[in-house]
Structure formats: structure tokens, C-alpha cells
Design a protein around this ligand. Structure first.
Ligand SMILES: O=P(O)(O)OC[C@H]1O[C@](O)(CO)[C@@H](O)[C@@H]1O
Length: 444
């Protein structure tokens, strides 16, 4: 099994009888999910995606990635939320958080349209500069403001540089199958399109073209990624006491009911940071509703032990940590001997750097549990595509089961509309005239 869960450090926080007591509810939540009988059941396409994806489109994704790798020095990926985080997280997990600084055969990859910052957008426009570039605009709805504005900008740059026809050969649109503004525009202009299936929501879409095209452009093996997800899918039995995703959901729910309302995802690998961001959307949008839900936070240790470590050790006791450990580092080395030992570090001579990182984890997990912070540990074998595919599927399954355990719909996100309505009104979008005056008065 690629993903393993270790509940050892929950001792003293949850006892076995609590897992036994919640097992029937977990079973029900899991059955509700796999039978498709729960709220939001028209968004369950991700459940079978690893074994039921469109093979023809998959080949087109690979071909588009090869073309982009051969004709582009820069690749701009435009999208926000679930149309952005998974691709970036996967590229950093598989390659590095410093992907753009690596020596590589493929293009630089920049992510745009994930904020409304003029500085951020201007910077990427400048980075394209004289370079040959292509863009992938990703938006299921096709109407999200942030990517729509960025698309207008980069499409303009492409047309100026290559002409309308040349630009069209460098624009790839990932959007819904048939409806929507972006799909219509793409069909009219002759842009190549890829599909976000109707039954897959943004935060569950990394294993569709949404994630797969950028990940393939970065040179990763997307076949292995899907194989890893498929393997995990076949190994998650749905049994509440042996299925790792069910055990994780159970532990989260028990801790939540005990007042541990903030879950901190912890990694000891900086290249996992964007995976934390992906996970935060997955959990936050799925569970944070009806006045309920764990607050998903994240840290990278040992970095953040020197910033957030104090709070976690001694601050408000409403936290628990879920630590993701990757057994095999992407690279390792042995610490050398220093004749003078002026830095006093010769006690580490001959030790692997991974050993030092492992001891940091062991020391921290003991300190934090002593400080009243329950710890769960999730283990993945390595930084391969296969392991990543497994981990993605594991988290998606756990969060969906968690949502049903919590009694909410894990597949909608109605709350996100409130800021959008206000912003549209304040920007003067037609149709929002009445709201505009009311909001402006409140801001005075
Ligand atoms: O792909 P789209 O439709 O642009 O949406 C992007 C993101 O915006 C949200 O809809 C929230 O507004 C997320 O759920 C989604 O991942």
C-alpha cells in the first residue's frame, strides 16, 4: 500500500474504544460516498477517475505537452483554486519548489490568474518578454474573474507576438465540456480544449486535464500518476478499521468533537508546501460550512518550528497535527568531518542529512504530544509520480468521508459567492447597480 497511517502518537488523546464507537458512522459515511446516495452525489466523478479516464484525451494531453516542451521557453498556467493548486503542488512535489531554477529540458512554468495583484501579473508578463511562450487557461466555469482577466492579458500578448493564428496554436483551454464562455470562445477561435468533467469539482480535479497538462509539461509521467491513484483506490477497502482513509477521517472527527478544531498539516520537506495549499482548499471548501468544520492550517518543519513552533507547543490547545512523512528523500548526502570542529557539529559527522531530518521529526512529535497536541502520521514511500497519485487519492477519499461524517455536503462551496457578489457590485458589473450603492455607503 502506498499511503500508510500511523496512529501511535494519538495515545493519550484517543483510545481504541472511541475508534470502535465511531466505526458504524464511518462505515455509513463511506457507504454513502461509494453508493452515491449522499449530498452532492452528482460530483463523484473523481472516485473512479483513476480507472475511468478518457484515454483519447489523455493522449492529446501528452501530445500537447510534447509540443509545448518543444516550442515554448515559458508556459503560463492561468487558473485559481482547484484550477491551479493541484498542478503547482504536483510539479513541486515531483520536481522541486525551485522548479524554475532547475536545469531542465522543459519550459519555465509560471502560474498566473491566481490573484488580482497588478504586481504579480505584470511580473509574469515581463518574464514572458521576448521568450517563446504558450498558455493554458484553466477554469471550469469559465467566468472566474481572476483567471479571466489574466487570460485577456496573456492572449493579447500572444496575439501581438504571433498574430491571431499563431497565438491560437499556443493557447490551450481546460474548461467544461459543452457550456460556458470559455468553451464557446475556444471553439470559435480554434484553441485546443481539454475537459473538466461535469461530475468533478475544482478541488477534486487534479487528476483531470486541469492538473495533467501542466504536470506533463513539467516532464512528469502522468501515466504513473494515474497508476498510483488507481492502486490506492483498489487498496482502500472501505472498512472503517483497516482502510487508511477511513481511519484518518475517524481520527479527525473524534478530535474535532473534542475541541481540536484546527488541523495543521505538517511536512518536513519544503517541496511539500504547495501540497499543503492544495490540501487546505480540499479540506476548507469541503468541510467549512453550516457553522462547522476543522480549520485547515499548515507548516513546514523544521523551518516553521522557528516561527510557529512556540504557538504549537504552548498556545491555545485546540490543535492537532497531521504529519506527512516521505520515507525516501529525493536526494541525500553525508555530513562531513571538520578537523577543528569549530562549529561543534562533529557529532553529526558521517550521518546522513535525512537522519538529522528524521530526528527533528521524532523530537518534535514527542515535544508536541507532551504539549497536548495530538499527532497523526501519514507515510508515503517517495517523491515518485506513483506515490503522489496515491496520496492525492487518499486525501480526496478521506475528506469526502470526513464531510459526510460531519453531516455536510463535501462537494459544494456556496460561501465563496459572497465576496464575488460584493466585488462585482463594487466594480460596477452590470446587474449589480442596487448592491453597489448599499455597499459603498457601508464603506464610508
Ligand atoms: O475553475 P473555476 O470555475 O474558475 O473555479 C476556480 C475555483 O473557484 C471556486 O469555484 C471558488 O470560487 C473554487 O471552488 C474553484 O476551485
Amino acid at each position: 500500500m502506498s499511503v500508510k497511517i500511523d496512529l501511535h502518537h494519538l495515545t493519550g488523546f484517543i483510545d481504541d474504544s472511541e475508534f470502535t464507537a465511531i466505526a458504524p458512522q464511518v462505515r455509513l459515511a463511506q457507504e454513502t460516498l461509494s453508493n452515491g446516495t449522499g449530498a452532492g452525489s452528482d460530483f463523484l466523478g473523481w472516485l473512479d477517475l483513476p480507472v475511468k479516464y478518457d484515454r483519447e484525451e489523455f493522449s492529446r494531453i501528452r501530445a500537447a505537452a510534447d509540443k509545448i516542451r518543444s516550442d515554448s521557453e515559458v508556459f503560463v498556467v492561468i487558473g485559481i483554486g482547484g484550477s491551479y493548486l493541484g498542478a503547482r503542488a504536483a510539479i513541486e512535489y515531483l520536481q522541486s519548489q525551485n522548479y524554475n531554477s532547475l536545469k531542465k529540458a522543459g519550459p519555465q512554468i509560471y502560474f498566473a490568474g491566481n490573484s488580482l495583484s497588478p504586481s504579480a501579473l505584470s511580473e509574469i508578463m515581463e518574464l514572458c518578454g521576448e521568450k517563446d511562450f504558450s498558455i493554458n487557461v484553466i477554469s471550469k466555469s469559465g467566468t472566474t474573474t481572476e483567471p479571466a482577466v489574466a487570460f485577456r492579458v496573456f492572449r493579447g500578448l500572444l496575439e501581438k507576438k504571433y498574430g491571431k493564428k499563431g497565438a491560437a496554436e499556443r493557447i490551450y483551454c481546460t474548461t467544461d465540456r459543452a457550456r460556458g464562455t470559455l468553451k464557446q470562445l475556444a471553439d470559435r477561435e480554434g484553441f485546443e480544449t481539454f475537459v473538466v468533467p461535469d461530475d468533478v469539482g475544482g478541488r477534486y480535479s487534479v487528476l483531470t486535464a486541469v492538473g495533467l497538462l501542466p504536470i506533463a509539461v513539467a516532464g512528469a509521467d502522468i501515466g504513473e500518476l494515474m497508476a498510483g491513484a488507481a492502486e490506492e483506490r483498489s487498496e482502500l477497502s472501505g472498512d472503517p478499521v483497516s482502510d487508511a482513509s477511513c481511519l484518518y477521517a475517524a481520527a479527525r472527527n473524534i478530535l474535532y468533537r473534542k475541541g481540536k478544531e484546527t488541523e495543521i498539516l505538517v511536512s518536513y520537506e519544503p517541496r511539500f508546501q504547495m501540497m499543503c495549499e492544495w490540501w487546505k482548499q480540499l479540506c476548507g471548501e469541503s468541510e467549512g460550512k453550516n457553522g462547522k468544520g476543522l480549520f485547515p492550517a499548515s507548516v513546514v518543519f523544521s523551518t516553521d518550528l522557528h516561527s510557529m513552533g512556540q504557538y504549537i507547543q504552548q498556545g491555545k490547545r485546540n490543535l492537532f497535527e497531521t504529519v506527512v512523512l516521505v520515507d525516501e528523500p529525493a536526494a541525500d548526502f553525508t555530513i562531513g568531518e571538520d578537523a577543528d570542529n569549530a562549529d561543534g557539529l562533529n557529532f553529526l559527522s558521517g550521518k546522513k542529512m535525512s537522519f538529522v531530518n528524521q530526528k527533528a521529526f521524532e523530537g518534535t512529535v514527542l515535544a508536541h504530544t507532551d504539549g497536548g497536541v495530538p499527532n497523526l502520521v501519514i507515510r508515503v514511500p517517495d517523491f515518485s509520480e506513483k506515490s503522489l497519485g496515491g496520496l492525492i487519492y487518499f486525501f480526496e477519499r478521506s475528506v469526502a468521508v470526513s464531510g459526510y461524517l460531519l453531516g455536510i455536503n463535501p462537494f459544494d462551496q456556496p460561501g465563496v459567492e459572497s465576496y464575488k457578489k460584493n466585488m462585482f457590485a463594487l466594480l460596477g458589473k452590470p446587474g449589480y447597480e442596487n448592491e453597489k450603492a448599499v455597499l459603498e455607503a457601508r464603506l464610508k
